[in-house]
Design a protein around this ligand. Sequence first.
Ligand code: FE2
Ligand code: FE2
Length: 190
Amino acid sequence: MNREEIKLKLKECISEKRYIHSLNVMDTAIELALRYGQDEEKAAIAGLLHDCAKDIGIDEIFTICEKHKLNVNEVEMLQPKLLHGPVGAVVAMEEFNVHDEDILNAIRYHTLGRENMTILEKIVFIADYIEPGRDFIGIEEVREIAFEDLDKTMIISIDNIISHIIAKGVLIHPIAIDTRNDIIKKRMRQ
Ligand SMILES: [Fe+2]
Ligand SMILES: [Fe+2]
């Protein structure tokens, strides 16, 4: 499927608000890809499809996880929305005919990250956080840093997300901590 075909189908799968968010993430991911010498088309498709599974109901999410033998831990069991990354990669493959592992991984890991993230994965993670529709205190500064230092932006984003999760009183997924620590450890060793 080309980008336009993906857009038409995606529009049917998610809410209008989320569709606009997806277009914004695509645009921001393209800009970051150009800045960091990454494949523009891969960034565009991953940005467009990153939330393709976010409006799938909980029962269906678990059905897909079971069918594709995706690991579901206790935190995900209690907060199944956290699974929309890995489930999104399945949907991108099955419904949107995406078979590029770089794109699928950027979709798979866009919510929590992982250790040893690729540049494309970081780009989609950050584009999701700073796209033009987002608004939080300090966002302009984060947007600027995103074009200077991807890892620094990852740390700021994860720290903000974790603070937000703590304020909400919900569970912190251990992988978010692993992602953060992995980047910080590598910076300490530099
Ligand atoms: Fe998401
Ligand atoms: Fe998103």
